[in-house]
Design a protein around this ligand. Structure first.
Ligand code: HEC
Length: 207
């Protein structure tokens, strides 16, 4: 009998410990380091994004892609599409289909990326200029109306002078923005006589 009770207590104790170990504290919060039976890959040497390191000379953990890296979906057999250059010269023409949809897309991308500085009409009077940013280009200067499409594309990709680069904007979206800039230029520099008749009729309706 004694032997039986002892065995019973031993098994009971072992089962109780196992049940508590498996299910007992589930859902509880603790500050203590958990006991890790299977640590898998929980612990590994790594850098957290946006932190500092002494490993790289300039101290940044986040690495820029190597210079000249092109996203894999960009066709490299169309140099004008990705550089804005035809041979050694800035090229002219928008190398994607220009239609209402492209202009809508260009307008949206322009409003997101450029309008803060260049303003809704591209006159160089965006909201940032009210807070002290000076020297923002107005697209309505002859210089920019005459500038090759490829050079504007290049300014978006690589920046210019005080303006930062926008290479993260998709290549086709950059061209959509160039097309929209052309539309903005037309909107501010068109003679009434160049308008289609239905638009001229609207002009004459003074409020
Ligand atoms: C943070 C403000 C800012 C934003 C945002 C900005 N620009 Fe600019 N942009 C400038 C400034 C400032 C200049 C004048 C640069 C200079 O001459 O130093 C400029 C110049 C330009 C020029 C004339 C470049 C030349 O060759 O002289 C073009 C074209 C242009 N921007 C297009 C764009 C487009 C397109 C976008 C959006 C993708 C954009 N910018 C976003 C500030 C900005």
């Amino acid at each position: 009998m004694k032997g039986f009770i002892r065995t019973f207590l031993a098994i009971f104790g072992a089962v109780a410990v196992a049940v508590i170990a498996i299910a007992g504290f589930r859902g509880d919060f603790t500050q203590r380091t958990p006991i890790e039976i299977f640590p898998d890959m929980d612990h590994q040497p790594k850098f957290k994004s946006q932190t500092l390191t002494s490993f790289f000379p300039e101290g940044r953990v986040d690495r820029p892609p190597p210079y000249g890296t092109i996203p894999f979906h960009v066709p490299t057999d169309q140099p004008y599409l990705i550089t804005g250059k035809m041979g050694n010269m800035w090229g002219t023409g928008i190398p994607v289909t220009v239609d209402a949809k492209l202009l809508e897309r260009g307008k949206e991308r322009y409003q997101i990326n450029c309008q803060v500085c260049h303003g809704a009409t591209g006159a160089g009077n965006g909201i940032t200029t009210q807070y002290g940013l000076v020297g923002v280009a107005s697209y309505h200067l002859d210089k920019y109306r005459e500038m090759a499409d490829g050079e504007i594309f290049n300014t978006i990709t690589h920046g210019k002078g005080q303006m930062g680069p926008y290479p993260h904007i998709d290549v086709r979206d950059r061209w959509a923005i160039v097309a929209y800039i052309r539309a903005l230029q037309l909107s501010q520099n068109t003679q009434a006589s160049q308008l289609p008749p239905e638009a001229t009729a609207n002009l004459q309706q003074k409020p």
